[in-house]
Design a protein around this ligand. Structure first.
Ligand SMILES: NC(=O)c1ccc[n+]([C@@H]2O[C@H](COP(=O)([O-])OP(=O)(O)OC[C@H]3O[C@@H](n4cnc5c(N)ncnc54)[C@H](OP(=O)(O)O)[C@@H]3O)[C@@H](O)[C@H]2O)c1
Length: 272
């Protein structure tokens, strides 16, 4: 693995959701590595001014507008060597009991519009025959979270997109990283949309388990270090990161069990 700073390979980067949590940690890691970063938030007042950091206002709710914002930043940067699609949020509740508009919004923002930004980003990367596309998926792509149906759909879909693009970019000079974090201590839990009062004991127990897991998760800098290592390796692939049990033991054991057993273990893990 190269000990050279990431800036020797990636001169410019675009990171969505850089105001808090994982996105901010990714942006800070890249800045420390000498990369020039265009980082987004819906309100740029949430982005601290720093040297070599360009604040970009981006709302993923409108896919066409988000693509225009991305392309304008790409022109300003003279092309991106690295694009990290990280912005996202959680939504908790029974699938049938929750108004479908919430699930639709989550799938549009986090899957459809994120795929659209991946499409725009890949065109630029392929034209220059170098660089990396990183879509932040989740271990939820392989271990679905109870009462977060649309989130599971989004992350499975994003991982499927990443896997597909790994085939298509083979030998092009461009790499694709499917980045799957476990539970990290970020603002994510506070930003989850959920009913004010949970309707039953099962949802209360699952929410309490989710809260515990997030609260005791590693700090975002741990995920940023995993991303730094993956980018330094310079190869397409899947990165699982988080506490050892979630990122290593769980996926290892899951290889040997049936899907039914996996479901039962997830239910137990979430106190369901
Ligand atoms: N934390 C975890 O345990 C964990 C685990 C697996 C995967 N992930 C994934 O990691 C990513 C980051 O999560 P996080 O934990 O860092 O959460 P976070 O601290 O809540 O940060 C979310 C970021 O997304 C941005 N964002 C939210 N909605 C947006 C929208 N409609 N348009 C544009 N930007 C929007 C927010 O920006 P503003 O609100 O400032 O606009 C913020 O910068 C997400 O994709 C999440 O699914 C997180």
């Amino acid at each position: 693995m190269s000990a050279a700073p990431l800036s020797s390979r990636y001169r410019t980067a675009f990171v969505t959701g850089a105001s808090t949590g994982l996105g901010r940690a990714f942006a800070e890691m890249l800045l420390r590595e000498g990369v020039e970063v265009w980082g987004t938030a819906r309100d740029t007042a949430r982005l601290a001014p720093r040297a070599r950091f360009h604040a970009v206002a981006l709302e993923l709710g409108d896919g066409a507008a988000a693509e225009r914002v991305f392309l304008a930043a790409e022109r300003e940067a003279g092309g991106f060597d690295l694009v990290v699609n990280n912005a996202g949020f959680g939504a908790f509740g029974g699938f049938a009991a929750t108004d479908f508009s919430l699930w639709q919004r989550q799938m549009e923002i986090m899957l459809l519009h994120t795929a659209r930004l991946s499409h725009a980003a890949l065109r630029g990367l392929l034209a220059r025959r170098r660089g990396a596309l990183v879509n932040i998926s989740s271990l939820a792509a392989e271990f679905p979270l109870p009462y977060q149906a649309a989130y599971n759909v989004v992350k499975s879909g994003l991982s499927a997109l990443n896997e597909s693009l790994m085939f298509e970019t083979e030998g092009t000079g461009v790499i694709v990283i499917d980045f799957r974090p476990g539970d990290y201590r970020t603002d994510f839990e506070g930003a989850v949309t959920r009913p004010e009062r949970l309707p039953d004991a099962a949802q209360e127990r699952v929410w309490a388990a989710f809260h515990r897991l997030m609260e005791h998760g590693p700090a975002p800098a741990h995920a940023a270090e995993a991303l730094r290592r993956a980018l330094a390796r310079g190869r397409s692939g899947t990165v699982r990161t988080g506490r050892f049990f979630q990122a290593v033991v769980g996926p290892f054991l899951a290889r040997f069990g049936s899907l039914g057993l996996r479901r039962r273990l997830i239910a137990k893990y979430f106190d369901l």
